[in-house]
Structures are given as C-alpha cells and as structure tokens.
Design a protein around this ligand. Structure first.
Ligand code: IPM
Ligand code: MN
Length: 368
C-alpha cells in the first residue's frame, strides 16, 4: 500500500483548532486503508516563540521531504513587533519560495445551502464555481529591492519591487488554461496594463501562450480593479481567473466572501511537475488567516481547512473519488444546518469547530 507523507503545520490562532478536525479525517481515511503518515511541526509565531524564527531548518527539511504540507494559519497581534525577517508570515513565504510553489489554486464554490449566508443576493452567488489561479512565488512579494532606506536629509524611502520573467508568466498561464479545459473553457487574465509595465508584459505573455498552445480556450483580459468590481457585481461570468501574486491575494479574499465566509475557501499551492516521477511539491492551506479574536474558543469554521485536505487528496494523492466524497459530506453537513457562527445566519443556532468536524466524519460514514 502506498504511504502518503503529510507534514502538518497548524501554526497560530485558530490554525491548531481547525487542523485537529483534519486529523480526525486522516484517522478516518486510515481506517479505510489509505496509508497516511503524519508529522507535526511549528510555523509562524509559535515557531518564533520556540526557535526565534518563523520556521526552523528542521521543519523545512521535513517540508521538502513530505508528499504534501497541510498549513493552518499564522500571525497575531502578539508578534506584531517582531523583526520583519522573522515575522510569522515569513514562515509561509519561505515555504512557498523554497518549495517552488508557484501555482496557487483558490476555488470559490457557493454551496446551495449557503447562498443566503453571503452578503450578496442569493441569485448573484447561488451555484457559483470559479477558480482563482494566483501566481505565488514572484511579483511584489519577492522582488528586490525590498527595503526602507533613510535618505541624507533624514527622511525615508520605502520600495517594493514588482518583477516578472517570461518563464514565470508562461508557466502560471499554462496552469490556468489547463484547468479551464477541464471546466468551462474560459480564462480571465487580470492585470493593470494601463499603469504597470509588468501588466503590459503579463498581457503579452499570456496572449502568446494562448495563441500558440491554447487557442481553443476563450481568453479575456481584464483590468484587476475592474475584475474586483465584476466579482461582486456578477461573479458567475468568470470561470478561471489568472493573476499575479498581489492581485491574486486581494481578488481571492473577495471571492471567498462570495461563498458566504472566509472560513469556506480552501487552497492548493503547487510546484512544477518532476519530469522523472510526475510528482509535484504541494502545500494546502485555507485562505483565511489566524483569526486571533476567536482563537481557542472552538468557534472557528474548519471547512476551509478540511476542503484544503480534500484538495490534497485530489491533487497530491490521486484520490479523486475520496475527494468527491469529502466534498459531498461537506455539502450534506451544510444542508443539514450544522454550521459555525460565521455562516449560521442571524438568529440561527451555531455549533462549534469540533461539531462540524464530527458531523463531516458522520456523513463520510453514511456515504461509504
Ligand atoms: C494568503 C495570506 C498570505 C499572503 C499572508 C499570510 C502572507 O494573506 O495566503 O492569502 O499574503 O499571501
Ligand atoms: Mn490573503
């Protein structure tokens, strides 16, 4: 039996609570004969407290060695004043960079039962199924120089650098077009070509990849600000949205709210395929953050974290059937009205994090 090596990095805030629910699922799939081997380590503020940095070298080695990394969330006010290089977020950025996880897939699906939980009207979000493909290892997140310098007159100047190469744009465009072919065959590419050279370049490279390799897929270019507006106006016009690291960060938070709550959106961060083995490095994480205000209270919605595990089943372990079953279990639990506070709706009885995890395990039992 194949063994899948999972590294669990729960992180800070609600990270450990939502990861515990994934561990229940790992246990359940194990009982059904799927070989999971798990290890757990620290990342973010908790790693800083233990080691003085946002991820230890030892944890990085484990991450490189794992078939997939499951990541919770990092950050919190407690670490607001730690040095920039070792702030909690640096652990996540290092994982993305060192594992070469350039393709971040963020699927925004509005479950029928949740159409009323969104802040938008039911008809706008009901049946929504879009995929944001965010470039994750380039752009302004990593471009150099990135610094605050003090000038001769004592004033200061801050600079971040937005930088993209042909190779970086080509490979993310290919991921988006490939995905679109398995979906509704449309890619919307978002940039700011009207003010940014990287935007002009992005549009050119995506256009060329489209023409040369994917002319059977519909391509539309959209300005990133207009894309944000269209996402709240009529999101169902989109299928796959491909965009850079920073715009992708922002557009995916918007997309998350279309689904009812930030607590609903999973994500997969994938590296390039190893030509010899076909395997790719991968990290799976919810789009939400560490939510320090509700941390430790057992109130957090674990569905984005559980959905991220579902994406690991699908994209890292070739367990598509199991992933479908898990998605179905989530949908059934939502339909039954078992919901955490963020999606319960006004006046409705909300349940806790562990109740949702238990209900999903119960549904899996019923479905299997
Ligand atoms: C995300 C997060 C991260 C990002 C932070 C925690 C560094 O907001 O994954 O969307 O900005 O990429
Ligand atoms: Mn974000």
């Amino acid at each position: 039996m194949a063994t899948h090596k999972l590294l669990l990095l729960p992180g800070d805030g609600i990270g450990p609570e939502v990861m515990r629910e994934v561990e229940k699922l790992v246990g359940w799939f194990r009982k059904r004969g799927i070989g999971f081997e798990t290890e757990t380590d620290l990342v973010g503020g908790s790693a800083y407290d233990a080691h003085g940095k946002a991820i230890s070298e030892d944890a990085m080695v484990k991450a490189q060695d794992a078939d997939a990394v499951l990541f919770g969330a990092v950050g919190g006010a407690k670490w607001d004043s730690v040095p920039y290089a070792v702030r909690p977020e640096a652990g996540l950025l290092r994982l993305r960079k060192d594992l070469g996880l350039f393709a971040n897939l963020r699927p925004a699906i509005c479950y029928p039962a949740l159409a009323d939980a969104s802040s938008l009207k039911r008809e706008v979000v009901e049946g929504l199924d879009i995929m944001i493909v965010r470039e994750l290892t380039g752009g302004v997140y990593f471009g150099e120089p990135k610094e605050i310098v003090t000038l001769e007159d004592g004033s200061q100047r801050a600079v971040d650098t937005q930088l993209y190469t042909t190779h970086e744009v080509e490979r993310i465009a290919r991921v988006a077009f490939d995905l679109a072919k398995k979906r509704r065959n449309k890619v919307s590419s978002a940039e700011k070509f009207n003010v940014m050279k990287t935007g002009v370049f992005w549009r050119q490279v995506v256009g060329r990849v489209h023409k040369e390799e994917f002319s059977d897929v519909e391509l539309e270019n959209v300005l990133a600000d207009n894309c944000a507006m269209q996402l709240v106006r009529w999101p169902k016009q989109f299928d796959v949205i491909v965009t850079d690291n920073l715009f992708g960060d922002i557009l995916s938070d918007i997309a998350a709210m279309l689904t009812g709550s930030l607590g609903m959106l999973p994500s997969a961060s994938l590296g390039a395929e190893d030509p010899a083995t076909g395997a790719r490095k991968a990290l799976y994480e919810p789009v939400h953050g560490s939510a320090p205000d509700i941390a430790g209270k057992g109130l957090a919605n674990p569905i984005a974290m559980i959905g991220s595990f579902g994406m690991a089943l699908r994209y890292s372990f070739g367990l598509g059937e199991e992933a479908d079953m898990l998605d179905k279990a989530i949908a059934n639990v939502l339909a039954s009205g078992t919901r955490t506070k963020d999606i319960a709706g006004p006046g409705a009885n909300a349940v806790g994090t562990t109740d949702v995890g238990d209900a999903i395990v119960g549904e899996l039992e019923a479905l299997s």
